[in-house]
Design a protein around this ligand. Structure first.
Ligand code: C2E
Ligand code: MG
Ligand code: MG
Length: 622
């Protein structure tokens, strides 16, 4: 019994403690579960917060972000996307990216087709696309914006693309700044035309294309006539406006596919793709010249521009850029030599001519330095009393190759050959002033020497300064020096010529118009220019004896000169008959073989001594 009771008590005890243990375990488990529940809640809260945060970031960033499904359709787009592409969210969802990127261009300017479009490319290849630059026209407008686009695939465990994330940034401003810098580097700031670098680049491209297509290219060098004079006399800011006007006119005169560039200074170049022969080019150069000739108005005055044009053709004249440039330059050189408003197309013969000129230029520079030049002097004699007035200095060249060369054979070429004429001119003036003291003089008179000035020398820009310092150095009386210019000088612009003449006149030197009647004669400038002497060309004197009409013209010229108060000198007086005729016409002085041929300094005393012998007896001295 006792044992039974003891068992029962034991069982009860066990059951009781098991119950108690169970309760404890349950309570503990319940605690754990609620802990677990709490932490799960925590996690999901955090996840929700994170998602909101990420969402906030994607919504807020300036970059466009789109999410695409496996077929490329947009399932999500952030507000930046809407703004960049200029469309609403409704218009975005479900659309393909390429439908929104109107008229897309790549960085290379080539259209971006479906194959290159980033989202389509990712779907096609499974590979990400990074930093593709593309220009699109947003919302169907014509305004192009530039984006840099990246697209990334997201894949499932089996490597299948489930979605594509695309991001894009607006780089329009950066690109514009870049383009501005590029523009500055490749364009002339004054005229906005392409500069030398860009032109050469385009010329290179044009040659490559022409070679491929079997077509030609025309290269034009356009150089304004007398621009330096405009610039010096009317001011640099006016000069700048002239260059801008020229740039505009040249551009208007050619097609949009042609390139007009400013090569430097007053030199412009034109590239004409597709022309083959001179016949193709000439209508263009004619149009260019016609456009340039239209008058420009400045301070109530009308200014006429003109340009000389040199043309070279690919492939007929040259195969390479360098030769083509050189040939166009040669042709321009020749065009300038032939006068204003001239076009010259390169030919090999022309190249030869220019080579000769350059050779002459070099030899003349040597001639100046090594004493091959000499001045001869020809007397000028007064018709009033048969006495000496002064001399004209005439240049002679003792060329080691050819012997004595007369100025007519090298001065015009030297003028064309650019540089040498300036050195020669300076030498002539210095020598004449230095030798002035050694020239025979009529008692009681100042010695006088006349020197010839070429048009190029006259318009070189520093002639006034040169004469000023020459007078100072040589300490001669300014009125002892007479400068002879021809009518051609006025062709460089009458007002510019007048300005220079006035400055020279203020220095006290005498001024003469040489060979009057042969060039561009205008009575208006005879009145306006501060001229002292009019030299009637020898052709008038020589014709006057054979025709009454010519004699009338000669008398009229002399009459006009005298009416204007000028000292009139007749050139080319070879016979007594010439002399009589001129005397009747009341000419002031004469120069010619009758009185004496040009002679070296050492022979002048002898020559002057013979003048009375040559003087016709019946021409009474007034
Ligand atoms: P120009 O200034 O008209 O000089 C007169 C020219 O006529 C000279 O020729 C002279 O020798 C020539 N002559 C003089 N009397 C007679 C005559 O009775 N009959 C004929 N048929 N001719 C006569 P030259 O010395 O050959 O000079 C020719 C031209 O060369 C000059 O014409 C002048 O324009 C130019 N020249 C001469 N020396 C210089 C110079 O130092 N500098 C520049 N730039 N040109 C010069
Ligand atoms: Mg002369
Ligand atoms: Mg003359």
């Amino acid at each position: 019994m006792t044992t039974l009771l003891q068992w029962l008590a034991l069982v009860g005890l066990i059951a009781g403690s098991a119950y108690l243990w169970g309760r404890r375990v349950r309570r503990r488990l319940e605690g754990r579960i609620s802990d677990l529940k709490r932490s799960i809640l925590d996690v999901s809260l955090k996840m929700e917060q994170n998602e909101m945060r990420f969402h906030g970031i994607v919504e807020a960033i300036g970059a466009g972000v789109t999410l695409h499904d496996a077929s490329g359709g947009i399932v999500f787009a952030n507000p930046a996307t809407q703004e960049l592409l200029g469309v609403t969210l409704d218009q975005l969802i479900g659309r393909q990216m390429i439908e929104l990127e109107g008229d897309a261009l790549g960085d290379d300017g080539q259209p971006i087709d479906r194959e290159r479009e980033p989202v389509a490319a990712v779907l096609a290849t499974g590979e990400p696309v990074r930093d593709l630059v593309m220009g699109i026209c947003r919302g169907g407008s014509s305004e192009r914006i530039w984006l840099v686009v990246s697209a990334e695939p997201r894949k499932d465990q089996d490597g299948r693309i489930t979605e594509v994330i695309c991001t894009f940034n607006d780089i329009t401003e950066r690109r514009r700044a870049h383009e501005r810098i590029r523009h500055l580097a490749y364009h002339d700031a004054l005229t906005q035309l392409p500069n030398r670098e860009l032109f050469l680049d385009r010329l290179g491209v044009a040659l490559v294309q022409a070679r491929r297509r079997g077509s030609g290219v025309g290269l034009l060098f356009v150089d304004l006539d007398g621009f330096k004079v405009i610039n010096d006399s009317l001011g640099h800011s006016f000069g700048d406006s002239v260059l801008r006007i020229v740039a505009r006119r040249l551009t208007q005169a050619v097609r949009a596919s042609d390139t007009v560039a400013r090569f430097g200074g007053d030199e412009f170049t034109v590239l004409l793709p597709g022309v083959m022969t001179g016949d193709d080019v000439l209508p263009v150069t004619r149009r260019l010249q016609e456009f340039l000739r239209r008058p420009i108005h400045f301070e109530g005055r009308e200014l006429a521009l003109s340009a000389s044009i040199g043309v070279a053709l690919f492939p007929s004249d040259a195969q390479e850029i360098e030769t083509l440039l050189k040939n166009a330059d040669t042709a321009l050189y020749r065009a300038k030599e032939l006068g204003r408003d001239h076009t010259e197309i390169y030919t090999p013969a022309l190249g030869e001519r220019v080579r000769e000129l350059l050779d002459l230029d070099a030899r003349l520079r040597v001639a100046v330095k090594s004493g091959e030049l000499e001045l001869h002097y020809q007397p000028i004699v007064s018709l009033t009393d048969g006495q000496l007035e002064g001399f004209e200095a005439l240049l002679r060249w003792h060329d080691p190759r050819r012997g004595l060369v007369m100025p007519g054979e090298f001065i015009p070429s030297a003028e064309a050959a650019m540089g040498a004429i300036h050195e020669i001119g300076a030498w002539v003036m210095k020598t004449a002033c230095r030798q002035l003291g050694k020239l025979p003089v009529r008692a009681g008179r100042l010695p006088r020497v006349a020197v010839n000035l070429s048009a190029r020398q006259f318009h070189a820009g520093d002639i006034v300064e040169f004469v000023r310092s020459l007078l100072k150095e040589s300490a001669i009386a300014p009125e002892s020096l007479e400068l002879e210019i021809t009518e051609g000088v006025a062709l460089h612009g009458e007002s510019a010529t007048e300005k220079i003449l006035r400055k020279l006149k203020r220095l006290g030197v005498r001024l003469a118009i040489d060979d009057f009647g042969t060039g561009y004669s205008s009575l208006s400038y005879l009145r306006r220019f501060p001229i002292d002497t009019l030299k009637v060309d020898r052709s008038f004197v020589q014709d006057a004896v054979s025709s009454r009409e010519a004699a009338g013209v000669t008398r009229a010229i002399i009459g006009v000169g005298r009416q204007l108060g000028l000292h009139v000198v007749a050139e080319g007086v070879e016979t007594e008959e010439h002399l009589r005729l001129l005397r009747l016409a009341e000419c002031d002085a004469v120069q010619g073989y009758l009185l004496g041929r040009p002679a070296p300094l050492a022979e002048l005393d002898d020559l002057v001594g013979k003048i009375p012998e040559r003087w016709p007896k019946e021409l009474a001295i007034r």
